[in-house]
Write a protein that binds this ligand. Structure first.
Ligand SMILES: Nc1ncnc2c1ncn2[C@@H]1O[C@H](COP(=O)(O)OP(=O)(O)OP(=O)(O)O)[C@@H](O)[C@H]1O
Ligand SMILES: [Mg+2]
Length: 270
């Protein structure tokens, strides 16, 4: 990976969020992160889900060093934190990440006790250390709209909402956007939302096309022009601790690279 930052000044923080479970958030974080790394962008992935699926995927094993929970706890309690010590590196995917454990579930009450409880994640990631080291910081959110997720939404510059090509997933999108705008205290979603990304699209049924077209009709260019296909190889990639992007034959990997290109276009050219 290049040692120089591509983006000027601050790291661009992207939340991948949808309060619905199982819509492809973690898969999107893993593959966009690795796609950005392939494009020589310095990317940090932050596992903000107590289910820690992203950390498992990246092969994290407990090592006694700080995880997302420790960073949050030390920030709220005003204790020193060595950020470099929190970052792990996955050599196969050339990607940095901060892992999470199930302890993160207990951090909600810690955040709630903070005097400025909506800005805890902002305070951590506005730090010079992260801004100087990374072009992109991508947050994998848990399927909720609780205080931890709203903290991430407040801290982020940009938002990606994965939407599974499935009717039930579509239902939550409006609430997701409403919550996001309330957190940002803004009405212009276009400033933030890079796109809704339709995931697990199946060409052998009419269903996926119906959902994609309905989303396009409601939200127009706020929906990415391309979708992510459902592929068994992507489902299995978790067990191999690899991204689809690193599999040069993967259709899904190529699709995520296309989405990463769009993200770079939006974030780096204004
Ligand atoms: N393009 C795809 N093709 C096939 N399977 C996929 C694809 N994307 C995701 N999956 C599978 O769908 C399941 C849910 O995906 P993922 O874990 O990324 O969703 P999530 O939104 O992060 O879930 P949660 O809300 O629990 O955090 C996983 O088993 C994953 O491997
Ligand atoms: Mg997940």
């Amino acid at each position: 990976m290049n040692e120089t930052k591509i983006t000027n000044n601050k790291a661009i923080k992207i939340a991948v969020s949808n309060q619905k479970g199982g819509v492809g958030k973690t898969t999107t974080v893993m593959n966009l992160g690795t796609a950005l790394a392939v494009k020589n962008r310095r990317a940090l992935l932050v596992d903000c889900d107590p289910q820690h699926h992203l950390s498992n995927w990246l092969g994290f094993e407990s090592d006694g060093k700080p995880t997302t929970s420790d960073v949050i706890f030390n920030t709220v309690t005003n204790q020193h934190i060595n950020y470099a010590n929190c970052i792990r590196h996955n050599k196969d995917e050339h990607i940095d990440y901060i892992p999470s454990t199930n302890v993160l579930a207990g951090m909600l009450s810690v955040i709630a006790a903070d005097n400025n409880s909506s800005n805890v994640i902002s305070r951590i990631f506005d730090n010079e250390y992260f801004n100087q080291k990374y072009d992109y910081i991508i947050f994998d959110c848990q399927p909720a709209l609780d205080l931890l997720v709203t903290n991430i939404l407040k801290a982020c510059d940009k938002l990606i909402i994965p939407v599974q090509a499935d009717l039930l997933s579509y239902d939550g999108v409006e609430q997701m956007i409403e919550t996001f705008m309330r957190v940002k205290n803004d009405t212009d979603i276009r400033k933030y939302l890079i796109g809704m990304l339709v995931t697990m699209y199946q060409t052998n049924t009419k269903h996926s096309a119906t959902i994609y077209n309905a989303l396009k009709e409601s939200y127009g260019d706020l929906v990415f022009n391309s979708y992510i296909s459902f592929r068994t190889e992507t489902k299995n990639s978790v067990g191999f601790h690899r991204s689809s992007v690193s599999d040069l034959k993967s259709v899904v990997g190529a699709q995520y690279i296309e989405i990463a290109n769009k993200i770079m276009e939006v974030c780096e050219n204004g």
